[in-house]
Design a protein around this ligand. Structure first.
Ligand code: NAD
Ligand code: LMR
Length: 328
């Protein structure tokens, strides 16, 4: 039996949290032989903590063999102590008519405070994944507070966008989605993100040789993927939750599975022409569990370069907006 790992989840009683924690406890995230202890962290609000108690009761009632304990807390210093994985979901979602960047003022502060606590008390091998929006910039904010944990430990989720892009290509091609491969997301988790269709394959062939409608690829395809979050909000009256939780399971599962190539928002270090200090989506290959190397070999045509320049500019604008917050 492996030693249990500690997995901290913020916003555990929220919409994503409710779809997420049961899948983690079932083994979907870390595998069927990895026991774990869940640290459920919520806002210090009586009603919310009561709801969290209900979530913990339901976890008990599932009798998950891998679940070796549950910590419930509103104190991040308790919740992140010795955590091997810190899954930062807890943050406000946007409503109709808002962009994710509109959340920066409210949510940015959470990532300053929690970034400091994680750096102080989490396990030496801690990995941090940011889901709360705007995810890329919140991840940069949390990483900016760390003195002990290196920036590579902080990633933000663009996997939902990758999954969305994969399905849209499959529908257009009339192909099974498992045959769609190598579709990676560059840049911000926002409408400016770029799903790099020129590198995608369908059944081993270039996707562009099967979907020859370039106008569709450059226009409606990119737009549908980029604006899918808003479309879900318009339809559901609430932001995506089950698909976001599923994407987080995929993000972490891929990050603990050596050899997997997948889209992750990481500190760019200048790759693909992004500013070195923004967190941008790009393809990575998992090397050892929790670690990765960026795949830098994909060539970009003029269209791709212009899309990357636009999403990079948005990340820079968001960074400028929170510069004061990070400096305090
Ligand atoms: P929600 O409002 O249902 O749940 C958020 C939870 O976070 C609430 O229970 C709230 O009490 C809690 N919370 C707030 N501040 C906290 C704090 N300081 N510490 C701990 N918990 C705190 O929202 P949701 O639908 O679960 O969405 C959560 C976030 O995820 C939003 O910002 C949303 O926009 C984002 N999101 C990101 C993606 C992505 O692909 N990156 C996808 C979907 C949603
Ligand atoms: C999504 O992409 O579904 C989430 O980021 C929620 C949102 O605000 O769009």
């Amino acid at each position: 039996m492996k030693t249990p790992i500690r997995v901290a989840v913020t916003g555990a009683a929220g919409q994503i949290g409710y779809s997420l924690v049961f899948r983690i406890a079932s083994g979907a995230m870390f595998g069927p032989d990895q026991p774990l202890i869940l640290h459920l962290i919520e806002a210090p609000i009586e009603k919310v903590m009561k709801a969290l108690e209900g979530v913990a009761m339901e976890l008990d009632d599932c009798a998950f063999p891998l679940l070796k304990g549950v910590v419930q807390t509103s104190d991040p210093a308790v919740g992140f102590t010795d955590a091997n994985w810190c899954l930062m979901v807890g943050a406000k979602p946007r409503g109709p008519g808002m962009e994710r960047a509109d959340l920066l003022k409210d949510n940015g502060r959470i990532f300053i405070a929690q970034g400091q606590v994680i750096d102080a008390v989490a396990a030496a091998d801690a990995r941090v994944v940011v889901v709360g929006n705007p995810a890329n910039t919140n991840c940069m904010i949390a990483a900016s507070q760390a003195k002990r944990l290196p920036p590579e430990c902080f990633t933000a989720m663009v996997r939902l966008d990758q999954n969305r892009a994969q399905t849209q290509l499959a529908i257009k091609a009339g192909a099974d989605l498992t045959t769609v491969q190598n579709i990676f997301i560059y840049g911000n988790h926002s409408p400016t993100m770029f799903p790099a269709f020129a590198h995608a394959t369908i059944g081993g062939q270039p996707a562009t040789s099967i979907i020859t409608d370039t106008a569709w690829l450059q226009g409606p395809f990119c737009e549908t993927v980029g604006k899918r979050g808003a479309a879900i909000i318009a339809a559901r009256g609430a932001s995506s939750a089950a698909s976001a939780a599923n994407a987080l399971v995929d993000h972490v599962r891929s990050l603990v599975t050596p050899g997997t190539i997948h889209s992750v928002a990481v500190k760019s270090n200048g790759n693909y022409g992004f500013d070195a200090n923004v967190w941008a989506g790009m393809p990575v290959r998992t090397t050892t569990p929790g670690s990765y190397e960026v795949i830098t070999s994909y060539a970009m045509d003029e269209f791709a370069k212009s899309k990357i320049a636009a999403t990079n500019k948005e990340l820079l604008d968001e960074r400028a907006f929170v510069a004061e917050l990070m400096a305090k």
